[in-house]
Design a protein around this ligand. Structure first.
Ligand code: FEO
Length: 131
C-alpha cells in the first residue's frame, strides 16, 4: 500500500511545476518504501534511495531558483528547511551504503511526516507569488 498519496486538497500549491514534481517525488518515496518494507534486495533499496534523494535535491534547487527569481520574502527560511532534510538524507545515504543503517518503516514515516508538514506550510506559502 502506498505510503503517501498526492491530492490537490492536501498538497496542491496551484504552482504547476511544484505540483508535478511533488507527485513524482511521492512516487519515488512510495517505491523506496515498498522496496524497503517488502523484502527487496539491498541493492534495489539502495538504488531507490539514491533516486529519491537525487530527485529531492533537484526539486529543492528548482523551487529555490523560482523563489529567488520572484524575489519571494520567505526564501531564507524555506531554504533552511530544505537544507535540514537534505542533511538528514545525506547522512542516511552514507550510512546505508556503508552498511551502517537500513531504510526502515520509521524512515519512510519520517519523510512522509516532513512532507505533510512542509508542503502545506512552506510550499503553499509561495503559491501567490509563483503561480
Ligand atoms: Fe516542495 Fe519546499 O519543497
Amino acid at each position: 500500500m502506498a505510503l503517501i498519496t498526492w491530492t490537490a486538497e492536501q498538497y496542491g500549491t496551484h504552482v504547476g511545476f511544484a505540483d508535478q514534481e511533488h507527485q513524482t517525488l511521492f512516487g519515488l518515496l512510495n517505491k523506496l518504501y515498498d522496496d524497503a518494507t517488502g523484502g527487496a534486495a539491498r541493492s534495489t533499496i539502495g538504488a531507490s534511495l539514491d533516486a529519491l534523494i537525487a530527485y529531492v535535491v533537484d526539486h529543492f534547487a528548482h523551487e529555490e531558483q523560482e523563489m529567488q527569481a520572484a524575489g519571494f520574502s520567505g526564501y531564507d527560511k524555506h531554504k533552511a528547511e530544505h537544507e535540514a532534510l537534505v542533511g538528514i538524507c545525506a547522512d542516511l545515504q552514507k550510512k546505508f551504503h556503508a552498511g551502517e543503517a537500513d531504510v526502515t518503516d520509521e524512515v519512510g514515516q519520517m519523510v512522509k511526516n516532513w512532507l505533510d508538514s512542509h508542503i502545506p506550510t512552506f510550499d503553499k506559502a509561495y503559491s501567490a507569488v509563483l503561480k
